[in-house]
Design a protein around this ligand. Structure first.
Ligand code: DMJ
Length: 664
């Protein structure tokens, strides 16, 4: 049965449909009749009909467009977006310079170690101010995040995940408006918006912290920094690290680690030209949408921490914007069944996974990202970063421990510690203890649970891990390997004296300071006992034979990677006790770095043997932490100004990036 198209003039009071067994007349016949009717109309009638049709079509388009904007995105797009970057605010920039580059990330870490005077002050402040004002001249028409804070209506262009440009109300709009804390607002001074291109208010840099007078020793450290920077700039600019012997670059994540790790060091040293140059690199070349697997911990402490500190010191919203994007790209690590994060994530795809070399995450890694993610939430007003890392801490706190001490591996799927794993304050255990204390400090000592865990852990160390050498009674911290004590101590453990000293400064037991002093002496001895005056990576302590030396170094452990931990502790102990001895020790260590690790032409190199003064064997690598941590702590150790990054106002993350202590 077919409906019949009824062609003659229809009656208005009914609709007639003839049903026929025959097929309908072809539509062409109807078109002919339409054309006949159209031809019968006058020109005026035709013009009116055309006008009505055009207006009708335009109105239809307008209404349809409005309706489309009301509808949610396509389901697949949404799920894809959620899977890749849970926060819609990701700023995507195509990286065409390093397409698909994989780096050393999967090869690098072995299981053993790395988790890898008034006038002058005035002068510095003038110099620093000059640098900033120059930058502002160049960038003032561009709204920064901090600008958006002062003027929430500022619209920021960004790309959505599909690569389309879109406008958004403020930078954090889709995932919660970007709110900067009250504290930050009060620090920002407002320049007249008119000279910033109309309605954009330009913040003048925050000078809090000030600049200490440069002592002769500080000046020597600044020269060392410049020498390191020179080599990096000449041979490895934009890459992660300098290979100073081969005058080449090496990449790990491809994130310009040395630049980002050095930003705050340059700021506090007053190296404003260098800072500005680095800032320009961050602005133009720090591409975070990169097809590379990065380690969550290392990227957090070096890059996220470096950006957050740079933001805090300079008040330049560029750094916060980059930090937020990076935080978003790291967040997929937390999508695990247990909430213990996976160790690695691809910055482009958001695919997170356990390490290539084993099933478990490293305990110190998953518990040493909290300061940075919490600060990111504090500065952006988006709670999701803090929530993710607080859940990790809550979970770890719920697990059974031996005397507050933790095994070094934890599984992201089961959420359980690996049974029988080593207990150490060295590699893979270290900064768990450090961050317990520092998280408590970060929130103005408001989270007593963290303090209690820290105190329990230090008691556990005193009981289970602290021993003295047979000959000279040097106190050190050993390890528990499958339940048995081993007198092995990594150089990494030498952060602990500093942490213990800050704990005591904040009211913890005097025994903590006593242990800090004993351990600092031992850590210094690890340098002084070696022919080069530099510490080996690992030392074994003699607890049995009073006739033998205190420290033994195995052939495999004679290298020195320019690590910071001992000078870090010397800085804290000098600041908090004023004992000149700590400066003297630090100066000796600095001189040994100068003598055995400095590479003519530019850069410093890790060395293969601290025992061999004739041939210390350059390893051809300048780690980013040498500039980010080692030289910074030396500079601070030799500062006469206790208000330069006051320990009552800042906590340093485990990569030496200062983060502000929040007001309770
Ligand atoms: C740095 O990346 C950090 O200090 C980390 O906590 C340990 N390893 C290096 C420095 O030795």
């Amino acid at each position: 049965m077919y409906p019949v198209y009824y062609d003659s003039a229809p009656r208005r009071d009914f609709i007639s449909v003839m049903v026929s067994k025959e097929p309908p007349e072809p539509p062409s016949k109807r078109r002919q009749s339409c054309r006949r009717m159209w031809n019968r109309l006058s020109r005026l009638q035709r013009t009116i009909i055309c006008a009505i049709l055009v207006v009708g079509a335009m109105s239809g388009l307008y209404i349809a467009n409005g309706l489309m904007n009301e509808l949610p995105d396509d389901k697949d797009t949404l799920s894809q977006r959620h899977q890749v970057f849970p926060n819609d605010n990701v700023v995507h920039v195509m990286d065409q310079r390093h397409p698909g580059k994989d780096t050393e990330a999967n090869q690098r870490r072995d299981s053993n170690n790395d988790k890898d005077g008034e006038d002058q002050k005035l002068h510095f402040e003038q110099e620093r101010g000059k640098g900033i004002m120059e930058r502002e001249e160049k960038t003032k028409v561009k709204p920064k995040i901090a600008d958006a804070v002062m003027q929430p209506e500022v619209k920021v262009q960004k790309e959505n995940v599909m690569g389309n440009q879109e406008e958004d109300e403020g930078i954090g709009a889709a995932g919660g408006n970007l709110e900067v804390n009250e504290e930050k607002k009060t620090k920002v001074q407002i320049k007249d918006g008119a000279d910033a291109g109309g309605d954009v208010q330009v913040p003048v840099p925050n000078m809090e912290g000030g600049m200490a007078a440069q002592t002769a020793q500080q000046k020597a450290v600044v020269e060392a920094f410049k020498h390191a920077w020179k080599g990096y700039k000449q041979y490895a600019w934009g890459h992660d690290e300098l290979k100073p012997i081969s005058k080449a670059a090496s990449d790990w994540f491809g994130l310009g680690l040395t630049i980002v790790d050095s930003l705050d060091t340059m700021w506090i040293m007053g190296l404003m030209e260098e800072f500005e140059e680095a800032r320009r690199w961050v602005e133009k070349d720090l591409v975070l949408k990169k097809n590379v697997d990065v380690n969550l911990f290392e990227t957090t402490i070096r890059v996220l921490g470096g950006l957050l500190s740079a933001f805090h010191l300079s008040n330049d919203g560029l750094f916060l914007e980059k930090a937020r994007e990076l935080g978003d790209r790291l967040m997929p690590c937390f999508n695990s069944p247990s909430k213990i994060p996976y160790s690695d994530v691809n910055l482009d795809t958001g695919k997170a996974h356990p390490p290539r070399w084993g099933p478990d995450s490293t305990t110190s890694e998953v518990t040493s990202i909290q300061l940075e993610f919490r600060e990111l939430s504090h500065q952006t007003g988006n709670d999701k970063y803090k929530k993710a890392v607080d859940e990790v801490m809550d979970h770890i706190q719920s697990l059974p421990k031996e005397n507050g001490l933790i095994p070094i591996f934890v599984n992201a799927r089961s959420g359980q510690f690996r049974a029988g794993a080593t207990i150490t304050v060295g590699a893979r255990g270290d900064s768990y203890y450090e961050y317990l204390l520092k998280q408590w400090l970060q929130t103005g000592k408001s989270e007593d649970k963290l303090r209690d865990e820290y105190v329990a852990a230090i008691e556990g160390m005193q009981k289970n891990l602290v021993r003295s050498t047979a000959a000279n009674g040097l106190k050190f911290i050993g390890e528990l390997v499958r339940g048995s004590f081993s007198p092995k101590m990594d150089h990494l453990v030498c952060f602990l004296p500093g942490t213990l000293a800050i704990g005591h400064h904040n009211g913890l037991d005097p025994s903590h300071l006593e242990l800090a002093k004993e351990l600092a002496k031992t850590c210094y001895q690890m340098y002084a006992d070696m022919p080069t005056g530099l510490s080996p990576e690992i030392a074994y302590f003699n607890i049995q034979n009073p006739g033998k030396p205190d420290i033994e170094v195995k052939n495999a452990d004679t290298h020195n990677l320019l690590r910071p931990e001992t000078v870090e502790s010397l800085f804290y102990l000098y600041r908090l006790t004023g004992d000149q001895q700590y400066r003297d020790w630090g100066w000796k260590i600095f001189q040994a770095f100068e003598k055995y690790t400095k590479v003519p032409g530019g850069g410093y190199s890790s060395i293969g043997s601290v025992k061999d003064t004739k041939n210390p064997r350059f390893r051809d690598k300048m780690e980013s932490f040498f500039l980010g941590e080692t030289l910074k702590y030396l500079f601070l150790l030799f500062s006469d100004d206790p208000n330069l990054l006051s320990l009552d106002k800042y906590v340093f993350n485990t990569e030496a990036h200062p983060l502000p202590i929040w007001r309770p």
